[in-house]
Design a protein around this ligand. Structure first.
Ligand code: HPA
Ligand code: ZN
Length: 328
């Protein structure tokens, strides 16, 4: 078996995958039409982004097409089906942003019931498991985030294991969410946050956000992390703490692709704990196998051992319980 085939076949976990970023263009077009939603350009070209902020706008727009429990079930099922057929995905942790759906009259219960239904179907049909992470786009204020947490806790489901923070880092400093994170932690939810993403400048997404996410938000793991490389002392701290970074090979910003790959490799070389994920696979025209293959093509010195390490670190960093992890 050649190495590219090995990379496609090795069992994988995807811990950083946004539900709406998995929307197939045809599914998006159908759902938009059903709900009378006009897309600004054809679904096929909707995923060609001018920049990071254009991507975030499309993500929010696409969210308006997912409204009923059946819609949520369908897109969740298709996300896991696509991961299974593309690259032997065994387990996914899907981020969803309640605030993107509320404006269209969708209740928290509708979202979660639909996603759980899709997850049950994918487990039955493909043997792929999944957990859910309720995420806040940080353009929201602290009170809005607290209301979402109210909903999460009022309709508690074991599959909704944690909370996350995403969106543009310049629109909401992590400290804004300290109380929300403290309450979530006290209620037994896990905590992650997007931090130090390289589509934003060092001023917008600074390495110091790492310390805030750890000291104030008490995050159990983090998403992205590349801008941390600008601060060697913070890298040392992260390495000593053994924190997992859920990195993603592919980004919405094409000109940053090479730098992104180099950053992930550097993080590995510096001894950080790194997992490999898709972020927004369909919107970024990737899948979990492609995300491995492209990174490994940029690092010809890496072989089977490194691929196994990514795969196993994904399991270790997941929020499955220990018994389920051992069985994976
Ligand atoms: N960064 C910030 N917000 C996001 C992302 C991302 O990569 N994907 C979906 N929301
Ligand atoms: Zn993300």
């Amino acid at each position: 078996m050649d190495f590219q085939t090995f990379l496609r076949r090795i069992p994988k976990v995807d811990l950083h995958c946004h539900l709406v970023g998995t929307l197939r263009p045809q599914t998006l077009a159908q759902l938009a039409s059903t709900h009378g939603l006009a897309l600004p350009r054809p679904a096929e070209t909707l995923y060609d982004f001018a920049d990071f902020y254009d991507f975030l706008d499309v993500l929010r727009l696409a969210s308006a097409s997912v409204r009923t429990a059946d819609d949520f079930s369908r897109v969740t099922y298709e996300a896991l089906q696509d991961g299974h057929s593309a690259g032997n995905l065994r387990h996914a942790e899907l981020l969803f942003n309640p605030q993107y759906f509320y404006p269209y009259g969708v209740s928290y219960r509708t979202m979660v019931d639909g996603m759980l239904d899709g997850m049950a179907g994918a487990e039955r049909d493909f043997g792929v498991s999944a957990l859910l992470v309720a995420s806040f786009d940080r353009m929201i204020d602290a009170a809005g985030a607290m209301q979402i947490l109210d909903d999460v806790l009022a309709y508690r489901k074991p599959q909704v294991v944690g909370i996350g923070l995403d969106g543009a880092e310049r629109t909401g400093p992590p400290q804004r969410f300290a109380e929300v994170y403290a309450r979530a932690g006290a209620a037994g939810l896990k905590r992650t946050a997007h931090v130090c993403e390289d589509n934003q400048t060092l001023e917008e997404a600074p390495p110091s956000n790492y310390a805030i996410c750890r000291d104030l938000l008490k995050c159990d793991r983090l998403d992205h992390g590349y801008n941390l490389l600008a601060d060697p002392a913070m890298v040392m701290r992260a390495r000593d703490e053994g924190l997992y970074f859920n990195t993603c090979t592919i980004t919405s910003v094409t000109r940053n692709l090479e730098r992104r790959r180099a950053s992930i490799a550097k993080m590995v070389d510096l001894g950080l704990n790194v997992t490999l994920n898709t972020d927004d696979p369909v919107m970024f025209k990737t899948d979990i196998a492609h995300s491995y293959q492209v990174l490994f093509q940029s690092q010809p010195q890496w072989g089977v051992a490194r691929a196994r390490a990514f795969s196993l670190d994904g399991v270790a960093a997941s929020w499955l319980d220990d018994t389920t992890k051992a069985a994976l």
